[in-house]
Design a protein around this ligand. Structure first.
Ligand code: SF4
Ligand code: SF3
Length: 546
């Protein structure tokens, strides 16, 4: 195995024996083969798409392949094997379809279009040959992997939007076209740098699609005090990013005596008007994803994972873990997709919950949420006045991911050390490093404005662009906003590429720069976008406040 797609990769160079995330070598390899398979599909489907022969089945299959290989999503080798078998059949049917509808279109013969394996052994042997390191030379590999990771993030967001019946064919076309392009060994560094920025640009579009889907379905998030304590009833804990699952779970638990709590990235669900009406929706339990080994244990009831991040569950609570969408773990229960528009069936979780003790209390109190673009722009006058009067000196965008390693304490220290006339804009699970600190407010505006999930980084961009217009500035970089982003998995890669594509400069990225950036590629990004790694809290604060 070789995997360096996330921030916790061994020595910031690559996991080669087993993933820090718990991914085993055979699973890592089969995930590489999954990507290889959807590239083969995409070589044909991207041509068919251009000819107007689009297929929802293909769109969703490609999304699945990308999403399931994201960090902490799916650890189940058998699932990948089955999907790959289906993928090969799909590829070959698309090949035939293309030959029929456009005999003149010649798809280049590449390994992705010709390989075949039907036994487990043959698949495993093949999987060992198509990994990251098969791609040469280093700078090309670096750029192609960065683009692939951006696509994985894009696929995850698009999948959640699709669940709400929001589709954007342009986004799907781009993903398939790009996967096809990545099989081309003649692409140059310049070609790939351009494609990287294009990935960011379409990333903005995918985040907008999900924003439209979430707010169109459930209303605009509004300022909400979220309870972080517990109630007396047994509960179901829901984690991940999928709001359609949230809705159906709330609806099906109504009147059952089972309460619902959010974990990690599902916290922002508490701020949507459509969900606030449920009395049995108690609040948020615990912190960011990596605390789950302790917190899932103490929750006592079943847990529903609607997307990453899943930590390999302990035996003590494994029977309470239910996965859905692209999430998977061997021997854990799986809730299948909707069929014919019927809701998913969460009855097994509900019956399970009824036999469980109520959650053990971890903490009490409330935290603020709901500062997505619509809500913040309603406060725009107040915010603009505060900037004009000097009450707010600077905004700090501190969105992104949280993860396990000790150096991430930097983000808690940084938030605590910020001058009192600054405001943090956040999104994603990075916020758990500072959202329970008492940072106060400025004239009634809380000093931590939480826009929501990592995909709601789109909101942060909307807010920045609105402020730019309000102040009559030409360039978004002239605003008193600094970017100190924490990354972990591939959705954060997409968010970063999206920010770069919008021309946002001087982003500090930590706790380390990605291991998949070769020295030359890192230099290109540093030179063109003034991207910088974090240093110490003091040094960074000084640099930002200048
Ligand atoms: Fe290692 Fe991260 Fe890949 Fe897991 S996802 S194997 S931790 S690089
Ligand atoms: Fe968190 Fe996985 Fe990235 Fe969506 S849940 S931000 S790490």
């Amino acid at each position: 195995m070789f995997c360096y797609q996330c921030q916790e990769t061994v020595n910031n160079t690559g996991c080669t024996k087993v993933g820090v995330c718990g991914k085993k070598p055979d699973v890592a390899n089969i995930q590489d083969l999954m990507i290889h398979t959807i590239k083969g599909i995409s070589l044909y489907s991207s041509e068919l798409n251009k000819l107007g022969h689009r297929s929802e089945e293909v769109d969703h299959f490609v999304l699945y392949g990308l999403f399931a290989t994201i960090t902490n999503a799916n650890f189940d080798k058998a699932v990948f094997m089955e999907k790959i078998r289906q993928g090969l059949a799909l590829r070959d049917s698309l090949k035939q379809q293309l030959a029929k509808v456009a005999p003149d279109v010649k798809v280049p013969e590449r390994d992705e279009t010709t390989w075949f394996a039907d036994t487990e052994e043959a698949m495993e042997a093949k999987a060992a040959t198509v990994g990251v390191l098969a791609m040469e030379p280093e700078d090309i590999r670096s750029l192609k992997q960065m683009i692939t990771y951006g696509l994985k993030g894009m696929a995850a967001y698009t999948h959640h939007a699709n669940n709400l019946k929001y589709e954007d064919p342009q986004v799907d076309d781009f993903m398939q076209e790009t996967l096809a392009k990545l099989t081309d060994v003649t692409l140059t560094v310049d070609d790939l740098v351009a494609l990287t920025l294009e990935t960011g640009r379409v990333g903005v579009q995918a985040m907008k699609l999900l924003d439209d889907a979430n707010t169109g379905s459930y209303g605009h998030p509004e300022i909400t005090k979220v309870n972080i304590g517990v109630g007396q009833n047994p509960g179901i804990l829901i984690s991940g990013h999928d709001l359609k699952d949230m809705e159906e779970l709330l609806e099906q638990t109504k009147g059952t005596g089972v309460d619902v709590y959010t974990h990690s990235e599902m916290l922002p669900a508490n701020s949507y008007p459509a969900f606030k009406k449920y009395d049995h929706f108690v609040g948020n339990y615990g912190g960011s994803w990596w605390h789950q080994n302790v917190e899932f244990e103490k929750f006592n009831g079943p847990i529903l994972l609607t997307s990453n991040c899943l930590v390999p569950p302990r035996d003590s609570y494994k029977d309470r873990v239910y996965n859905t969408n692209a999430v998977g773990f061997p021997d854990c229960a799986f809730i299948p997709d909707r069929v014919n528009g019927q809701p998913k069936d969460f009855s097994a979780l509900i019956e399970h919950a009824k036999k469980c003790a109520p959650p053990e209390e971890l903490e009490t109190g409330e935290i603020y949420g709901g500062f997505a673009h619509h809500q913040v722009l309603q406060l725009a006058d107040k915010v603009i006045d505060a900037v004009k009067s000097g009450a707010i000196k600077r905004f700090f965008v501190m969105g992104g991911c949280d993860a396990r390693q000790n150096p991430r304490k930097y983000y808690t220290d940084f938030a605590a050390a910020l001058p009192k006339d600054t405001v943090i804009l956040t999104a994603g699970c990075a916020k758990y490093r500072y959202n329970k600190l008492d940072l106060g407010d400025i004239g009634g505006i809380p000093r931590v404005l939480d826009a929501g999930q990592c995909n709601d980084s789109y909101s942060l961009v909307m807010i920045a662009l609105a402020l730019k217009d309000a102040f009559g500035l030409e360039d978004v970089n002239e605003l008193p906003i600094s970017y100190n982003i924490a990354w972990y998995e591939q959705k954060a890669v997409l968010v970063l590429l999206a920010l770069l594509s919008l021309g946002i400069k001087n982003i500090h990225l930590g706790p380390t720069l990605p291991g998949f950036l070769s020295p030359n590629v890192a230099q290109v990004i540093v030179d063109n976008f003034d991207l910088a790694p974090i240093s110490s809290v003091d040094e960074d604060l000084q640099a930002f406040m200048q």
